[in-house]
Design a binder for this molecule. Structure first.
Ligand SMILES: *[C@@H]1O[C@H](CO)[C@@H](O)[C@H](O)[C@H]1NC(C)=O
Ligand SMILES: *[C@@H]1O[C@H](CO)[C@@H](O)[C@H](O)[C@H]1NC(C)=O
Ligand SMILES: *[C@@H]1O[C@H](CO)[C@@H](O)[C@H](O)[C@H]1NC(C)=O
Ligand SMILES: *[C@@H]1O[C@H](CO)[C@@H](O)[C@H](O)[C@H]1NC(C)=O
Length: 333
């Protein structure tokens, strides 16, 4: 009796598999490219849900640490898509307040236009189910000078840089490869075709700017003059989600500073998309100066005391993440 039941179940399962296969195959024949893209996206979605990670130690082994678990929320997607682009009233208000605009354009209209220029569905990597995705987040601190970290940085799968960060002329210390370059309109620079541009929008105009910079070049000014055109691979442009932005500010900074720095936003992006995160070029150099590695003047670029970012608090959280073995810090040598 029991055996018969089990057999029925088995037959039913086989039937389901057969049906599914037929559906998939016919789907495939009808519209192979679209189907493949959708399927690949689903897989990459699953990657976000964090399937098996094959690193020695993985970001998701977080059951151990209450401080981390309390802050880390995997269900908030770091990048904007058509689907998640609608913002709650609260998020929209907060985001608009960051760099308030006198007459902002219609946000949903701009988003609609945006996804006609850049892809809506983002593939991060080919979706192998077992993986250990290693990332290097490379900040711009002067502590990179003379560090000889270049080869170590280049050996990561993803290499995330930000704002004006140059590599040319600094290869030994900062490496040569960049897979993701994070910027906002006022800090923009041209990129290689293989690099993904990650835009952090602070206002609706920033979304209009990226559309314009990739097409007509009409927008030349935000609150300062900006690049009217940018060299970047349109197929690799992605947008940092305002919802994720607010989550970083509230969950990870407890509302310290006016908003998180690009470095901190980049770090949290990495924590959400990578299995293993190495951090370079964060914090002061060993003289306690906060300048950029490409600047001669060690007193320049001191963002810490502008009052916009709480650099001390951000750095504390960064060190805490290192203490808890969620990231590995390389502080220069
Ligand atoms: C994570 O974020 C989602 C979406 O905003 C929210 O519904 C959920 O309550 C959050 N989870 C935790 C543990 O805070
Ligand atoms: C904003 O744009 C959306 C989508 O294009 C449109 O449906 C909506 O009516 C617009 N709202 C206003 C106030 O113009
Ligand atoms: C840039 O990469 C895209 C694929 O993403 C390719 O179609 C295009 O030809 C490349 N352009 C250059 C100038 O290499
Ligand atoms: C950073 O951490 C140190 C030691 O844990 C603490 O004394 C200091 O007040 C913290 N700074 C900020 C800005 O939270």
């Amino acid at each position: 009796m029991a055996l018969g039941k089990r057999r029925k179940v088995r037959i039913f399962v086989l039937f389901c598999i057969a049906t599914l296969t037929t559906v998939l195959v016919s789907y495939n024949l009808r519209e192979p490219s679209v189907y493949f893209f959708k399927f690949a996206f689903r897989l990459s979605d699953n990657l976000f849900a964090r399937g098996p990670c094959a690193c020695g130690q993985c970001m998701t082994e977080m059951d151990d640490d209450p401080w981390f678990t309390e802050r880390f929320n995997q269900s908030i997607h770091p990048l904007m898509s058509r689907e998640n682009s609608a913002l709650s009233d609260e998020t929209f208000k907060w985001w608009q307040w960051l760099q308030s605009e006198r007459q902002p354009a219609n946000f949903s209209g701009v988003v609609e236009e945006l996804f006609q220029v850049i892809p809506d569905e983002v593939l991060y990597m080919d979706a192998s189910p077992e993986r250990c995705r290693t990332c290097a987040v490379v900040g711009n601190s002067g502590n990179l000078k003379g560090s000889q970290y270049g080869r170590l940085i280049d050996s990561s799968d993803f290499i995330i840089r930000m704002n004006q960060a140059p590599t040319s002329g600094f290869e030994d210390d900062v490496g040569t490869r960049t897979t993701h370059h994070i910027m906002y309109p006022e800090s923009a620079k041209d990129l290689d075709n293989g690099t993904s541009l990650v835009l952090i929008p602070f206002k609706t105009l920033d979304l209009q700017w990226i559309i314009s910079a990739l097409t007509t070049g009409a927008i030349k000014h935000t609150y300062v003059p900006v690049m009217s055109r940018i060299k970047a691979n349109k197929d690799k442009v992605v947008i940092y989600s305002p919802t994720f932005f607010k989550y970083v500010y509230e969950s990870w900074l407890d509302g310290h500073g006016r908003y998180p720095s690009t470095g901190f936003l980049s770090l949290l992006l990495a924590i959400h998309i990578c299995d293993k995160v190495s951090v370079f070029g964060f914090g002061a150099d060993h003289y306690g100066n906060w300048h950029h590695y490409w600047e001669e003047n060690s007193l320049a670029g001191a963002f810490r005391h502008t009052g916009v970012h709480d650099g001390d608090y951000e750095y504390n959280v960064t060190l805490l993440l290192a203490d808890k073995h969620k990231i590995q810090m390389f502080k220069g040598r």
